[in-house]
Design a protein around this ligand. Structure first.
Ligand code: CA
Length: 237
């Protein structure tokens, strides 16, 4: 796998959360866990996952509430995992914006297939076209490979998450130009995304840790304070 996708598992039953997490990590995904709706909502904006696995029966609120809250600002893929097997429940979840619905109990292969499909779907229907670029962009030791969806430092894949790759890909497309916070948020998370810079800041800090020798003195990814971000431009064509 070129990019390690980060999956947020929202599930209050420890054994099920552990089961899902084990399957995903052993198949190359990075996982995070939330046990309540409130925790999930907070982690969605602070940890920037690439996909959410959402249980509906949460201790503090219905998972549908988490889903509706998320859909107000993001098109992040959501796979609902629930013991509710009625058709009405499935229809309601899909209507509220879930990408898929898996009924408990489920098997390993089934879970993996649904996760893969949901992620592939968002890649091909990404609101912006930055990932559809072709070729590579190189500046100094940094290379963005648009075909393989990889960012390399000195030829080594730095393993960005999907969100991180999309940010670098977009900045690379307009290298040398400052893209505003607002523009980046709308391009990356859709026109209904709020003006909250926190998600972007967390992602930027993670990217810098992976590509910069000294994140406090960046050589590639620059902050224009109060404006936005800019990726270093090639010195000569
Ligand atoms: Ca539950």
């Amino acid at each position: 796998m070129n990019i390690r996708e980060k999956v947020l598992i929202v599930e209050d039953e420890k054994s099920i959360a552990h089961f899902i997490s084990t399957i995903l990590t052993s198949n190359g995904y990075e996982t995070l866990q939330a046990r309540t709706g409130a925790e999930a909502t907070a982690m969605l904006s602070s940890h920037c996952p690439d996909l959410v696995i959402l249980d509906l029966g949460l201790p503090d609120m219905d998972g549908m509430q988490v889903l509706r809250g998320l859909r107000a600002w993001s098109s992040l893929p959501v796979v609902v995992v629930s013991a509710r097997a009625h058709e009405n429940d499935k229809v309601a979840a899909l209507d509220a914006g879930a990408d898929d619905y898996l009924t408990k109990p489920f098997g390993t292969a089934e879970l993996l297939a649904r996760v893969r499909t949901a992620i592939r779907h968002t890649r091909t229907t990404s609101p912006s076209s930055e990932i559809a670029q072709h070729g590579t962009y190189t500046v100094g030791d940094l290379t963005i490979d648009y075909n393989k969806h990889q960012v390399l430092m000195c030829g080594e894949n730095v393993h960005l998450t999907l969100s991180e790759f999309r940010i670098v890909a977009l900045l690379g497309k307009y290298a040398g130009r400052t893209l505003t916070y607002d523009y980046l948020i709308k391009e990356l998370w859709g026109p209904r995304a709020g003006g909250d810079n926190q998600i972007l800041r967390v992602n930027m800090a993670n990217i810098r840790r992976k590509i910069e020798k000294n994140p406090a003195q960046p050589e590639y990814l620059f902050t224009e304070v109060g404006v936005g971000y800019r990726l270093a431009e090639k010195e000569s064509e």
